[in-house]
Design a protein around this ligand. Sequence first.
Ligand code: C2E
Ligand code: MG
Ligand code: MG
Length: 705
Amino acid sequence: MKKKSIKVLLLVEDNPGDARLLREMFNEQGLHNIDLTHVACMGEAEEHLGRSTFDIILLDLGLPDEQGLGAVRRAHVAAPRVPLVVLTGSDDESMATQALQEGAQDYLIKGQIDGRSLLRALRYAVERKTLEEAFFVEKERAQVTLNCIGDAVVCTDISGNITFLNLVAEKMTGWSWKEATGRPMAEVFRILDATSRETTPNPMERAVGQNRTVHLPTNCILIRRDGFEIPIEDSVAPIHNREGQPTGAVIVFRDVSAARAMVVQMTHSAEHDFLTGLPNRMLLNDRVNQAIVLAPRHNRKVGVLFLDLDGFKHINDSLGHPIGDKLLQSIAKRLVDCVRSSDTVSRQGGDEFVVLLSEMEQSEDAAISALRLLQAVAEAHTIDQHDLHVTASIGVSVFPDDGKDAETLIKNADIAMYQAKENGRQSYQFFKPAMNVRAVERQSIEESLRRALERKEFSLQYQPKIDLRTGKISGAEALIRWTHPVRGPVSPAQFIPVAEDCGLILPIGQWVLREACKQARVWVDAGLPLATMAVNISSMEFRDDNFLESVFAALNETGLDPKSLELELTESVLMKRAESAASVLKTLRERGVQIAVDDFGTGYSSLSYLRKFPIDALKIDQSFVRQISSTPDDTTIVTAVISMGRSLKLRVVAEGVETQEELAFLQARQCDEAQGYYFSRPVLPLQFARLLKSGIPESAVVVHR
Ligand code: C2E
Ligand code: MG
Ligand code: MG
């Protein structure tokens, strides 16, 4: 700090003799240049102090207009920042000490002063005042800072009694600085462990004892004076004296309710599905692994049920996502209501749920739960005035039999679920190791299928349909063939379901449609007698929004007459979405495209339904045709199906005719057309063209007219 020299001085002294004496002392000390203003009363002094600045005031305590402390106070009010030295008589020293408490820096006793002590006293007074000012500014700054920061600050002395609270600390503890001062810290700063509710040991003692900054244990809560609880985080540091000895502590803490709530919220959303609020994949994995650890201790098993809704995509597509979402929520609730509270229902995404049965006595318990879940899902869900019916398929895996970790158990339950779907909807299926091989195979088919189109690995073969009255070829059915670069030919029965599952059936189906139309057009242009080209349409293609568009695009691009195109759809495809199916079929019919029901008799046909659809032909499934030769005594179904078709005035086509016997039977029942190895296997386009030219060998068909 820079030393301030004394240049301008105010002397307040009514005794001229004393004043002269002082002036002489200055001169004696070589301070001839000092600018000394001498006044004889307080009123005059105040006037000067209001006008000019002084380095110091020398004040006599016995003035005519003010005596004693009154003079000190008035001088202090008039010039609070100017150092003050008072002059008193030797009989009045106690007054002088009081003057010090009122803010005077020093006092001089008249009659005991000499030039040197006068000068020293004035210098010290100036210095002390400068330090005092600096200290005040520093303290102010600290206090303002402490009140501005968002953290609460509490200071204690060495015995742990409160010495300071900033504004935030006042708010958080409910104590004012004034009230808290001097009270034990434990009374003002009450802290507990949030979980155990036990009092946390006084951190100040630790900080002082270990003489270092310490932190409170995590999960700490502060109990405010009114009992309200606030989660806090803090640190406590000792305060030292010059010798480095702790003299107290300062505790800095903050309200972390928002942060803690955020952590809780974030942990929840990281582990739960946003739509249903159920645990997600991640949390399920944890729970399964936990159950795996605990189950053997109680000699229990763990069941994992993989549940997938049947035809959910269809509901989503036709009624919209908001309704689909509500349906998923409704299903989630039903599933949760079905299981014990110790079990976990989770959503894996989409329409897939996994249920963890954490403590089963035996595997059969899983079967009972699966049945209950299937039933719960199948009951009507009322959503926005719609009564929705949906079924599910469940795959079951059991620990320890089907896997030793969560991932394997879930994967195997998933594989079993696929099997359940294939077995027919609304069923459950336990995992079997053989399924694994199939699943791997399926996976590898899916991977190669993705490349098959661009690598041109698909081709079409054509199988003739024979008009049983004329013995002539009435049409062709296009059948897709896939030659895998390594596996060789893969049958459509194997890869079409996979293509359906992964959505690849859409581009594949479009390719077939276009290719078949193009081929038909080539044959028609060549003058070959081809009445219709039949193309198989899978359920996913038929339900696709762009289905009609892509059929008409294929016709337009190839220039094939729509009357020459026949689409083969299975019963189940039609039944599933009867209303919209009818309208799609109507549009096709209006444009002349023909419709055949494929694999007729295998689905759950209802005649009344079939009547609603504009259908041209029924293709009797080969399993019925086979009955003709295998159980000739019981051919009631074939006969019934043929007559049913006739009564509906539809063209009846028999599929898979292999023997003369079968043919004869069908002809006798006036079946219209037939198709099968007996006439020709599916063949390459060139061979088919030849068949068209030459016709089926006469011997093959005994024509009954
Ligand atoms: P589908 O439409 O019922 O076709 C008839 C199936 O029976 C064909 O099998 C055909 O080769 C076979 N077949 C014909 N005559 C006989 C016979 O006398 N005896 C026996 N045992 N079988 C006969 P493929 O080509 O293996 O096709 C199987 C199924 O795959 C088809 O059944 C059809 O549902 C589907 N499919 C074939 N090509 C396509 C396609 O391009 N698109 C779609 N979506 N599905 C296709
Ligand atoms: Mg077919
Ligand atoms: Mg068929």
